[in-house]
Write a protein that binds this ligand. Structure first.
Ligand SMILES: [Zn+2]
Ligand SMILES: [Zn+2]
Length: 200
């Protein structure tokens, strides 16, 4: 009985010793940290270098009375601004750190947000023109998917109706004028017309 209790307690001690061996992390040395601060790195960058959390880095900075230079930490932004007055790296609430471009009417805008906006705007313009053209393929009546519908020039010598024409608000009038010279077709009927199987 006493043997059993001894065995159990011995085993317990061993487990505790193992935990003790791995638990404490090596402290960050003052010289190491001070050198990284000198480099002008931000807390986040130092954390990455040392494979520590920013919270841990903040702890050691406080402990040694060191301070990162906030202005120098944001240096990439200033450099981007110097490269060209139009573009700069900045943080977008949707996309994180991205390239931003200056627009006179709206200020700096995230280029990824901008391209999504342009794509949406093109879709809206196309939807408007498709609606105005009857909303379905002039040959078979297909209407399910906007992407499978396109404007086909009645005069075959004129080149295809380009997506660029859906470009901007300013070009809506121009696109509308172009759409009037076209017939709305689905992809299948468009291919058949091109192949000469079907005529419009
Ligand atoms: Zn964005
Ligand atoms: Zn069709």
């Amino acid at each position: 009985m006493s043997q059993g209790r001894l065995g159990a307690s011995h085993h317990g001690t061993e487990t505790l010793a193992e935990v003790d061996a791995v638990a404490p992390r090596v402290c960050v040395e003052r010289a190491t940290l001070s050198a990284l601060v000198e480099e002008g790195l931000s807390i986040r960058q130092i954390a990455e270098r040392l494979d520590r959390s920013p919270t841990s880095v903040r702890h050691w900075l406080r402990r040694y009375g060191l301070k990162t230079d906030g202005r120098r930490g944001r240096r990439p932004v200033n450099e981007a601004e110097r490269d060209g007055p139009q573009d700069a790296r900045a943080t977008c609430p949707h996309h994180g750190l991205t390239l931003h471009r200056w627009f006179d009417d709206r200020g700096y805008r995230c280029l990824r947000c901008r391209s999504m906006y342009v794509a949406n705007r093109r879709r809206e313009i196309k939807a408007t023109l498709v609606e105005e053209a009857g909303g379905c393929c002039a040959v078979c009546g297909y209407s399910r998917c906007l992407r499978a519908l396109s404007f086909h020039h009645v005069d075959p010598t004129t080149k295809a109706f380009g997506i660029a024409l859906y470009g901007s608000a300013r070009s809506l009038a121009r696109a509308r004028e172009e759409a009037r010279k076209c017939v709305l077709l689905c992809s299948n009927c468009h291919a058949e017309v091109e192949a000469g199987v079907t005529s419009v």
